[in-house]
Design a protein. Sequence first.
Length: 216
Amino acid sequence: MQKITEFKLVGEAELKDPMAAYMKNKFFFVGVKTPERKRQSKELLKVSKKMPLKELLQVIDELYQRSEREYQYVAIDISFANVKRFSFTEMKFLTQYVTQKAWWDSVDAWRKVFGKYVQLYPDEKRQLFELFYKQDNFWMRRISILLQLLEKETMDKELLTLVILYDQHTDEFFIQKAIGWALRNYSKFDSAWVENFIVEYPLHKLATREASIYLN
C-alpha cells in the first residue's frame, strides 16, 4: 500500500475556490483540472491493473475517503480502468460509494462504471439493476435510470420503463433530469418508441422537455 499513501495530486491554488464554487461549495478541491488529474494519476492507474483485487478495493476506499474532491474522481477512474477484472461481488461492494459524498458529478461518474460493466456482462444486467432499483436514496435510483444510457440495440426497454414509472411523479430535479436524459439519448436510436412512451405515460414537464429535444 506504500504507493497509494505516497500518491498526492498537485494542484493550482487559484483553481481551488472556483472549482469549489462550481460544486456549490460542497467539497474542498486540490485545484486540478481533469486533463492534469489524469496525467498525474496515469502511473497509479497503470499499477492498479496489476494489484490483487482485495488490495485494489482498499486503494479505491483510501482515495475515496480523502477530503479533496479530485481524489474521489481518481478512485472512480481506477474503478473504471479495472471494470473488466471485477465480478458482481466487486460491483456490489462499489455501490456503497454512490451515496458517499454524493453529488451529480460523482454519481454520474459511477454510472459510467456500472454501465460499462453491464455492457461487458449483459447476463448480469438485471442483477446489477436490482441493486439500484427502488432504493430510498435518489442518487441510487438515478443510476438505475441511467444504467443503460449508452445502449442502443441492447437496451432493455422493460427495465427502462420500470425505473421511469417508479419515479414518474417524483419531484426531485436530478431524478426528472435523469428520466429526460435517458429517453433523449435513446430517442437517437428509436425515436418512435420514445414518442409513444411520452404519449402513453405523461411525465413531469422537465423530463418531457429533455426527452423531446431530438424528436420532431
